[in-house]
Design a binder for this molecule. Structure first.
Ligand code: F6R
Length: 642
């Protein structure tokens, strides 16, 4: 079945599924919510019921929030809506926090006027010998309801839809499946650790999904590679989402980050219209250099034509001139002076040489992001005489294991015994905490005291890192932003108090340089919220006319979870092998985050390994482009909206 398209253009020759790109997940979700609301209202007018296929996971949370809003504020009624969820873990009790039953009630059903008898989810509580029949009945129930009018989907990093893992047959129906290891690792964020993630799940099949009259797949954030392969690649059972190319009414609704690898975004010169800004020229030439494995200065007219960049030559002239332009851009981004080189007036230097020393604030979403993501730069700034402060945004308490905190409780009890300390309150807190942990049920939320102790452990580690770098204790600021303090993986949305605390911190320090985490890929979205809080604080400070802002530059780092693309980097700080080692030992100080870290995301390596690999990779890419070969490099992009 071909996709219904009226006009064929160059983008369509790459994208075999219509893709709508929105700036943010909120805008994309609002768009999908309107489509769903219109469908429900239209069918209600005709006296018909609407059958929705629903997904879970992090992706549809904002869609459900918007549907709830439409229900509350605009009276959208779900009385005539029948729902079928895609999947459920097996075995798992309905009332477990991680079950998709609980998820759906928490995010949608309990907030709307749907008739509970119209809600259907695969049943994760049945004995195994009843599953086959249950799955057949599930299919029949969908058919008896008239089939799914609109199916909402997310996409796994391996391309799964529902829990149809790579290799699932085009003809598969609702059934019990084994979860791919990568899916279990990805979904470990919903559980305390990987061992608690069920190995099996019940999922609608690919053929069940394809029977839906309309399909909307949503993807936000770090799904770019798999999204591009699903939309632009061959149809293959190895990428289940690519099979959606065969559906005649399917749309992908994505945000800009998830769209990043589509050809029209990553290499717009190949899909037609392309405005040759300096950044675009840099991207095209850098891509070509890496693809052809030739240093930038060795690229020829022939390479430009062969790689679809001939258009640039038509517009800008000689290949060598363009090569030189890009070479200088790359060269000028490298500096050993992140705070600017004093008294050296280098016009193209990434940082200002005036204002020396600078007052710098590193915002660290968790207590170890500073050292993991920009440890080399952190040390350099301090060693070069700048006044470096670190503002730790969240307590990071949920990432400390119970075993780890038990060790500290034992220490505290032992310390009291050793010195005969007889403080009633402290004894009570310690014994309550020990008792709670001894009896703690799976996934039970910690008491406020235990959370506080876990936060304290991380705070001490952060302080130790600052001391290791050479900072006095007064330069470590612990903001403990309230949005994070739920004790669970799901955080509160960004709140007014978070912004006030951040504005106060900025106003009291009046920095010349601010570093913040621009990587939006951490598994629980904490970095994204932390960044939004900083941006909003800056916007308000600017609106309030704070004078000091005119001397303040903001740099974004990545590193713990991903790295900037090489063509985006505006400041690259090289590191010697010794500095790499020094950074590694700085990361080791965060002992609570070594070995058994509960929330590692899809990458099972420890943070120091990821950081080292990313930093050396950046250095190697620079070298491949024809720059000097360094051992490692940390990379930054400037936020210019200030
Ligand atoms: C959820 C489901 C899965 C998710 C996918 C993406 O019901 O069936 O296919 O849509 O794993 O998960 P998130 O949205 O958490 O990235």
């Amino acid at each position: 079945m071909p996709n219904t398209r009226h006009e064929i253009n160059l983008i369509d020759s790459f994208e075999k599924i219509p893709v709508k790109i929105f700036n943010t997940p909120a805008l994309g979700s609002a768009f999908v919510a309107v489509e769903i609301a219109d469908l429900i209202k239209d069918r209600q007018r005709k006296g018909q019921k609407t059958v929705l296929g629903l997904a879970t996971g992090s992706t549809p949370i904002s869609l459900y929030a918007e549907l709830v809003r439409l229900h509350r504020e605009q009276g959208l009624s779900f009385k005539d809506v029948i729902t079928f969820n895609l999947d459920e873990y097996y075995p798992l009790e309905h009332d477990a926090f991680q079950s998709y039953h609980s998820f759906m009630h928490r995010h949608l059903f309990k907030h709307i006027d749907i008739d509970p008898s119209n809600i259907h989810l695969p049943n994760g509580e049945l004995p195994k010998d009843q599953i086959k029949q249950h799955c057949q009945e599930y299919e029949q129930m969908i058919e008896s309801a008239g089939g799914i009018d609109l199916q909402v989907l997310g996409i796994g990093n391996n391309g799964h839809i529902g829990f149809n893992e790579p290799g699932s047959s085009l003809f598969s129906k609702t059934r019990l499946v084994t979860l791919d290891n990568s899916t279990r690792i990805a979904n470990a964020r919903e559980f305390q650790n990987i061992s608690q993630v069920p190995r099996l799940a019940i999922t609608m099949g690919i053929s069940t999904i394809l029977k839906a009259k309309r399909i909307v797949l949503m993807a936000w954030g770090m799904k770019a590679p798999i999204l591009a392969r699903s939309v632009e690649g061959q149809v293959t059972e190895q990428i289940p989402a690519s099979i959606l190319q065969q559906h005649n009414d399917c749309t992908f609704v994505v945000d800009e980050i998830a769209a990043a690898d589509l050809t029209r975004i990553s290499s717009p010169w190949l899909t037609g219209e392309c405005e040759w800004t300096p950044a675009m020229i840099k991207r095209a030439v850098v891509n070509m250099s890496l693809k052809t494995k030739k240093p930038v200065l060795s690229l020829t007219t022939h390479d430009y034509n062969e790689n679809g960049v001939g258009d640039l030559l038509v517009e800008k002239g000689d290949a060598y001139e363009i090569n030189l332009q890009v070479y200088y851009m790359l060269r000028d981004s490298i500096t050993g002076w992140p705070g600017g080189k004093p008294d050296a007036h280098i016009p193209k230097h990434p940082e200002r040489s005036h204002i020396q020393p600078k007052r710098c604030v590193i915002f660290s979403p968790h207590p170890d992001d500073d050292i993991i993501s920009m440890g080399g730069t952190f040390m350099r700034l301090h060693d070069q005489g700048h006044e470096v402060h670190v503002a730790y945004q969240t307590s990071g308490n949920i990432a400390v294991t119970d075993e780890f905190v038990t060790r500290f409780l034992d220490f505290a009890v032992g310390f009291e015994d050793m010195f005969g300390i007889d403080n009633h309150t402290s004894k009570e807190i310690l014994s309550d905490a020990q008792r709670f942990l001894a009896r703690k049920r799976k996934n039970q939320v910690d008491t406020p005291e235990i959370r506080a102790i876990k936060g304290l452990i991380r705070r001490c580690e952060a302080k130790a890192t600052c001391r290791y770098v050479g900072l006095p204790d007064t330069r470590a600021h612990f903001l403990n932003l309230p949005f994070y303090e739920t004790g669970t993986i799901e955080k509160k949305p960004l709140g007014e108090e978070d912004i006030q605390i951040t504005m106060e911190c900025l106003r009291s320090l009046k920095p010349h340089q601010v570093y913040c985490a621009g990587d939006l890929a951490d598994p629980h979205g904490t970095h994204k919220v932390c960044l939004d809080i900083i941006f909003e604080s800056f916007r308000r400070l600017k609106a309030a006319g704070d004078e000091w802002l005119k001397d303040c530059w903001v740099w974004l780092y990545k590193g713990a979870w991903q790295e900037w693309d090489i063509d985006e980097i505006e400041m690259a700080i090289p590191m010697s092998p010794d500095q790499v080692m020094k950074k590694r030992f700085g990361i080791f100080i965060h002992q609570s985050q070594k070995d058994m870290v509960p929330f590692l995301g899809t990458d099972s390596r420890e943070f120091w390994q990821r950081a080292e690999e990313r930093n050396s990779n950046t250095a190697n890419l620079y070298a491949q482009l024809g720059m000097t070969q360094y051992a490692a490099m940390e990379a930054f992009v400037r936020w210019k909206e200030l």
